[in-house]
Design a protein around this ligand. Structure first.
Ligand SMILES: CC(C)(COP(=O)(O)OP(=O)(O)OC[C@H]1O[C@@H](n2cnc3c(N)ncnc32)[C@H](O)[C@@H]1OP(=O)(O)O)[C@@H](O)C(=O)NCCC(=O)NCCS
Length: 191
C-alpha cells in the first residue's frame, strides 16, 4: 500500500481527535522514512525523524518509536500518552487508548507482543512479554496482559480473564463499526 493511501486510512480512523490524527500521520511518515531502502530518503528525511522524536515522543509523551511495525488505520482515541516498544508488531485497525504500555518484561528479558488486526485496547492497560493477541480481540480498561489471547475474545482485568466475545452482551464500541468498514479497503499487515 502506498504511503498516501495508508495516511488516508489513518486519518479516517482518527476523526475523534486532531491530536491523535497528527500523531498517527507523523508516525506513518517517520516510519516510511526510517524503514526506506533508499539512502536518499533516509538522509533527506532525517530532520523529520528528529521532529517526530522531539514533538511527538518527548513533548506529547506518545512514545511509539518510528521503527515499530504498525498496520494501517491505527486509532489513538483521545491521543493520550502511550508507550510502545519498537519490537512490538501491531496489525491493521487497532485502537490503542491512552495510558497504555506495550513492551517487554525488562531489559533483554523477553520479546514484545505481536498484536493482530481489529484489536481494541482499553485505557490504562499493560501488555508485556512474548505474547500474541489474536485478531478481533477487545482488551478491557486497566488490564494487565502477560499471556496470549486467542482471536475473537474479550479479555479484562488483573489477573486477566479471557472469555469468548459472545459471552458479553454489552458494549460493541463504535471503533469496531468503523473497523469493519475499513476492512473493505485494507489488507493484512500481520499474518
Ligand atoms: C471489557 C469491556 C469491553 C466489556 O464491556 P461489556 O461487554 O459492556 O461488559 P460488562 O459491563 O457487561 O461487564 C461484564 C463483566 O466484566 C467485568 N468487567 C468489564 N470490564 C472490565 C474491566 N475493564 N476490568 C475488570 N472487569 C471488567 C464487569 O464488572 C462484569 O463483571 P460481573 O459479570 O462479575 O458483574 C469494557 O468494560 C471495557 O473495559 N472497555 C474499555 C473501554 C475504555 O477503555 N474506555 C475508555 C474511554 S476513553
Amino acid at each position: 500500500m502506498s504511503l498516501l493511501n495508508a495516511i488516508k486510512l489513518d486519518l479516517r480512523a482518527n476523526t475523534y481527535s486532531k491530536k491523535a490524527a497528527i500523531v498517527v500521520v507523523m508516525y506513518r511518515i517517520a516510519n516510511h522514512i526510517a524503514l526506506s531502502r533508499s539512502a536518499v530518503i533516509r538522509i533527506l528525511g532525517y530532520p523529520i525523524l528528529k521532529i517526530y522524536q522531539v514533538f511527538i515522543v518527548w513533548l506529547w509523551g506518545i512514545d511509539i518509536p518510528y521503527f515499530t511495525k504498525i498496520g494501517v488505520g491505527l486509532n489513538l482515541g483521545h491521543g493520550g500518552a502511550v508507550v510502545v516498544n519498537s519490537d512490538t508488531v501491531i496489525g491493521d485497525r487497532v485502537l490503542l487508548r491512552q495510558f497504555t504500555t506495550i513492551g517487554n518484561k525488562g531489559l533483554n528479558m523477553s520479546g514484545s507482543p505481536v498484536i493482530g488486526n481489529d484489536v481494541e485496547i482499553g485505557a490504562n492497560c499493560v501488555l508485556i512479554g512474548d505474547i500474541t493477541i489474536g485478531n478481533n480481540v477487545i482488551i478491557g480498561a486497566g488490564s494487565v496482559v502477560t499471556k496470549s489471547i486467542p482471536a475473537d475474545s474479550v479479555a479484562y482485568g488483573n489477573p486477566l480473564k479471557i472469555t469468548g466475545r459472545t459471552v458479553f452482551g454489552g458494549s460493541k464500541p463504535a471503533h469496531h463499526k468503523r473497523a469493519r468498514n475499513m476492512q473493505m479497503v485494507t489488507g493484512n499487515l500481520v499474518a
